[in-house]
Design a protein around this ligand. Structure first.
Ligand code: HEC
Ligand code: HEC
Length: 469
């Protein structure tokens, strides 16, 4: 064998060893990932338990008593309040609504809550064009923002207004085959099986019995409580009526210019009315030349939610076709289509679609004004935030650490670690959480422990092979 041949052989051998090692490593990595997935799946936790404040959350104060004068009964906004006489907002009712709104139990596989598609930081809408339902399917339309849902005169809900009341609407996503896919009978049973829902229903309705009407009423109370009245626009409006010197003094030059266009030549406020920027009824704004893609209510007419917080909830119009406010303004400026059912408010010279032809400066001004409608108080307050936390050791999410939780752990993996933690938390209930005295995982979570052990074993295996070869 000559020298060249020998070098070539050694080279091939080296490459072969390297290839083998890479393959081994890949297998090990796969094994770790599979183990991790199995462990996570086995320990799939239920949606958790609500950690609610010890003193009653004041929804009545926030959404009824403290409303500014221009939202109170007798004002343009107050007079279109759709709260029914038999379901006024109560603190206990809206508190129950908060738990339901954030609870994955409302979906068939516990994966999806109302908040999955109505996110507080996005004005209770979804920044995605379409939302993902409980089994990964997409909704047919864009999720709607919920700020100021209480203030819509005919009280109908959805882009096509198919729900006659909010109380009717809130039960629909729960049963929708794409959104949450749950049967209401099953849901009532699942809620009854927890420690906390019977208590919350009792606080709200004086009885632990769970009914569809009570679920609907409390969800509706929670949604109606999402009043938006603490934006920069409100600071200006509180100083004086729209357009007055006191109002104008609170805004920048660009915002003032935008307000002028919105309430004047741009015609925006003829449909996005009042100090809550709410619609009066559905309209066809000529998004398309015909209505074949979606008829909406009828003839391509759609409801529009209040423009409050519009700047933080990208994905605009019923199909979420525009991703930025700039695109929305461009549309109104030059792209309104000659739809046979186009609203007269957007027509000019007989029945032609209007061409506002906004200058860049006017477009910037309109966007600056729309940005004054962002209400950080509503987007940040705990009243509407996710109350769910994990109660350490409460694997089945019932709200009580009990014998069932130990069995659950033994069934799924079996490890000495968890027994200790279960023991330390035994008897703790969701109500202890309000006091903020959660006993955290001082001992590593079982999944972490098993994972660390697997990783250690794997690396020992790799090292030994390395020394052998
Ligand atoms: C998978 C996403 C998804 C889930 C989950 C979901 N929604 Fe929605 N929501 C939407 C979409 C999309 C629309 C608009 C649908 C349409 O108009 O056809 C909507 C519309 C609404 C509206 C109408 C607003 C208006 O002004 O007319 C309300 C209210 C509402 N949802 C509340 C809820 C509540 C309460 C829950 C939980 C019980 C919930 N949603 C669960 C996606 C979702
Ligand atoms: C003729 C009534 C009408 C006029 C005038 C009007 N709008 Fe609209 N607006 C609507 C309707 C209806 C929708 C929802 C349409 C749809 O989704 O099909 C809408 C949607 C919007 C949206 C998206 C809201 C969301 O939640 O997706 C914005 C932003 C908006 N309009 C701003 C404006 C501005 C700015 C003007 C003035 C230049 C204006 N509108 C003029 C009726 C009107």
């Amino acid at each position: 064998m000559d020298k060249h041949e020998e070098i070539a052989r050694t080279k091939t051998a080296c490459i072969e060893t390297a290839r083998l090692k890479t393959a081994q490593l890949t297998y090990i990595l796969h094994a770790v990932v599979v183990a991790l997935l199995l462990i996570q799946d086995g320990l799939a936790q239920s949606p958790g338990v609500p950690s609610l404040p010890t003193t009653t959350a004041d929804y009545v104060g926030y959404a009824v008593d403290n409303l500014p004068s221009y939202f109170q009964p007798g004002s343009d906004v107050g007079d279109v309040n759709n709260t029914p006489i038999d379901n006024p907002i109560t603190n206990a009712g809206a508190t129950l609504g908060r738990a339901l709104f954030y609870d994955g139990r409302l979906s068939h596989n516990d994966s999806t809550s109302c908040a999955s598609c109505h996110k507080q930081e996005n004005g209770f809408s979804d920044p995605d064009q379409l939302s993902v339902g409980f089994e990964g399917g997409l909704t047919g339309r864009h999720s709607m923002g919920l700020s100021n849902a209480a203030f819509y005169e005919n009280g109908r809900f959805f882009w096509d207004e198919r729900a006659a009341t909010l109380e009717d609407q809130v039960l629909m996503p729960i049963q929708d085959s794409v959104e949450m896919g749950t049967d209401l009978n099953q849901l009532r049973e699942e809620l009854s099986a927890t420690e906390f829902y019977p208590v919350l229903f009792n606080e709200a309705y004086g009885s632990t019995e769970i009914t569809n009407d009570k679920i609907a009423n409390s969800l509706a109370q929670f949604v109606r409580s999402m009043a938006s009245y603490q934006s920069k626009f409100d600071d200006a409006r509180a100083a004086g009526p729209v357009g007055s010197p006191a109002y104008r003094a609170e805004l920048t030059q660009l915002e003032r210019q935008g307000s002028n266009i919105f309430h004047g030549a741009g015609r925006c406020s003829t449909c996005h009315e009042s100090d809550a920027q709410i619609a009066d009824r559905p309209h066809n704004i000529g998004l398309d030349a015909d209505n074949s893609a979606d008829e909406g209510v009828v003839d391509g007419r759609f409801k529009v939610p209040s423009l409050r917080n519009v700047a933080v909830r990208e994905g605009y119009m019923h199909d979420g076709r525009f991703m930025t406010l700039g695109e929305v303004i461009d549309f109104y400026s030059t792209d309104i289509q000659d739809n046979p059912n186009l609203d007269v408010g957007l027509q000019v010279d007989g029945d032609n679609p209007i061409r506002f032809n906004f200058t860049q400066n006017e477009k910037d001004a309109l966007i600056a004004f729309l940005e004054t409608l962002t209400d950080d108080a509503l987007l940040g307050t705990e009243l509407f935030s996710d109350p769910f936390v994990e109660l350490a050791g409460d694997f089945d999410g019932s709200g009580l650490v009990d014998a069932a939780d130990l069995e659950y752990w033994q069934d799924s993996a079996g490890s000495g670690f968890y027994f200790l933690e279960w023991q330390r938390n035994l008897g703790r209930s969701w109500e202890d959480l309000a006091a903020g005295s959660i006993i955290t995982n001082a001992i590593p979570e079982p999944s972490v422990a098993v994972l660390t052990a697997t990783a250690l074993l794997c690396s020992i295996g790799v090292c030994r092979r390395r020394f052998q070869t």
